[in-house]
Write a protein that binds this ligand. Structure first.
Ligand SMILES: [Zn+2]
Length: 480
């Protein structure tokens, strides 16, 4: 993918795979390259902190893999059409637009802007692709046509359905069996379907506001499941390495994605499926009707920083339910201020005589092992806190202290919880510490490459006995 890739991955993670129901080492189609797809928001209402738990899992994966030397290509979709609420009859977008007296396009535009704002505030790296479903209508139509041709789909009264009976692997992800789905079908069954578990690929409705004229006919629009397959296949190729989403998406959404993608391509759709558990609030369900479906904006209005919220949402293991409470936010604040105080102490010690060299390495190794083990963030944080206690009880100075600082920089690369800095300074600091790590492992090519990148931005790096310092043409410089 990227011809300039200079190193091969050194971090070798294992993930619990919802598909195989076991923990597996990460394997990718192209060595060293990870192609990931994440189900993004349906932009009808501002995403809640529950949604953000899922989006931040995607960010954690990206940061961890990039830190570990992988090349990552990341796609997160924006669903701006076709997300149905089976029980309430209708498209989430259309429903919200009706309620507000606006057009679905206006709603989508506004909520997408909020989503991107919150993404930046929560320090999520922007995915390489953020496709909007409405920009991929031709790919969706093409996929439907392929499925019609291969006999996996059929058309009745201008609706196109996927025939689950024509795909014998249906149920492979969720464990649902087609027979049980008939018995369990509570929702009124659409009589046009050949089988109650068949799902809509393409719908036609002249009253729908968001509709397209395509080779499938007039007034058509896609089914939600189809959108993700079309965008993933268009942007990442026929076999993805990782697909993530909330646990509620396993069935039917991801099951349907697998069915329609594999039926069309004849290839494995995705190697690793990762699903995060729900976010609870005060020990119970989160919901609009319960008045506790908080958005990041709500949390920030209460006086917390987006950094504190990011940490509170990332600190649990993604496969455990996470309980959001206001005391938990206080606790996140306490944790981060302890980390900041420690970092300030170490910055001071870095100016003193060399002491405690090498002391960081066993902790760093344990930190890496925790994250390699199915992204065990709680274990990694325990390692970090134990490390801080150990380092406090040891004499540290000079190079020993700089090693600890460099490790804290790596913790920030992965978790994104470092002190608030100007966004530009943060990026420069990140590059400077990346270059420093390359120098330490003797990778001069990489170190020079990064120096050149910095130079092109008007940043000069000077290697001093106290570690690297940087200066910018415009007058800025290292905080330390
Ligand atoms: Zn999706």
């Amino acid at each position: 993918m990227d011809a300039t890739r200079s190193s091969s991955p050194w971090l070798l993670p294992r993930f619990w795979n919802t598909l195989s129901k076991e923990t597996q080492p990460l394997e990718t189609t192209e060595p060293g390259v990870v192609r990931m797809y994440h189900c993004g928001p349906t932009v009808y209402q501002r995403p809640t902190i529950g949604n953000w738990r899922s989006f931040l899992l995607a960010d954690l994966l990206r940061r961890l893999l990039e830190w570990g030397g992988w090349d990552v290509v990341q796609v997160m979709n924006i669903t701006d059409v076709g997300h149905f609420r089976e029980n309430e009859g209708g498209d989430k977008m259309a429903h919200e637009a009706d309620a507000l007296g606006e057009s679905p396009w206006e709603v989508a535009e506004r909520v997408t802007t909020w989503f991107l704002e919150d993404m930046d505030r929560l320090r999520m790296k922007r995915p390489h692709h953020l496709p909007r479903a409405t920009d991929y209508i031709p790919s969706m139509v093409e996929l439907v046509e392929r499925l019609l041709k291969s006999g996996h789909a059929y058309e009745v009264e201008e609706q196109v359905y996927f025939s689950v009976s024509a795909f014998k692997e249906y149920g492979v992800l969720s464990g649902n069996k087609v027979e049980d789905l008939i018995a369990g079908a509570r929702v009124e069954v659409d009589e046009r379907k050949r089988h109650p578990a068949d799902f809509a690929l393409w719908k036609t409705d002249p009253h729908h506001v968001m509709k397209w004229e395509t080779t499938l006919g007039k007034d058509g629009f896609p089914g939600w499941h189809l959108e993700c397959s079309a965008m993933a296949l268009s942007l990442l190729g026929e076999t993805l390495d990782i697909h993530t989403g909330g646990e509620d998406l396993v069935f039917p959404h991801h099951e349907c994605e697998i069915a329609q993608s594999e039926a069309a391509t004849g290839k494995l759709y995705c190697r690793h499926w990762l699903h995060n558990r729900f976010l609870m609030v005060d020990g119970g369900k989160m919901g609009k009707s319960l008045g506790n479906a908080y958005t990041p904006e709500d949390v920030i209005r209460k006086g917390y920083t987006s950094r504190e919220l990011r940490f509170a949402l990332l600190r649990g293991h993604y496969r455990q339910p996470l309980n959001f409470t206001w005391e938990g936010m206080e606790d996140a604040r306490g944790f981060l201020s302890r980390l900041d105080r420690f970092q300030e102490e170490i910055v001071r010690l870095a100016e003193t005589e060399d002491k405690g060299r090498g002391i960081v390495f066993p902790i760093r190794t344990a930190f890496i092992e925790a994250l390699e083990n199915d992204l065990d963030v709680p274990a990694a944080l325990t390692v970090l806190m134990d490390g801080i206690r150990t380092w406090r009880a040891t004499s540290l100075g000079g190079e020993g202290a700089r090693e600890v600082l460099s490790f804290l920089g790596e913790v920030d690369d992965v978790l994104g919880i470092g002190p608030e800095l100007q966004e530009e300074d943060r990026e420069i600091d990140r590059l400077v510490s990346k270059r420093e790590r390359a120098r330490k492992r003797g990778d001069w090519t990489e170190a020079d490459r990064i120096r050149e990148i910095l130079k092109s931005q008007g940043i000069e790096v000077e290697d001093t006995p106290h570690g690297p310092q940087w200066r910018s043409d415009s007058g800025g410089g290292s905080p330390r």
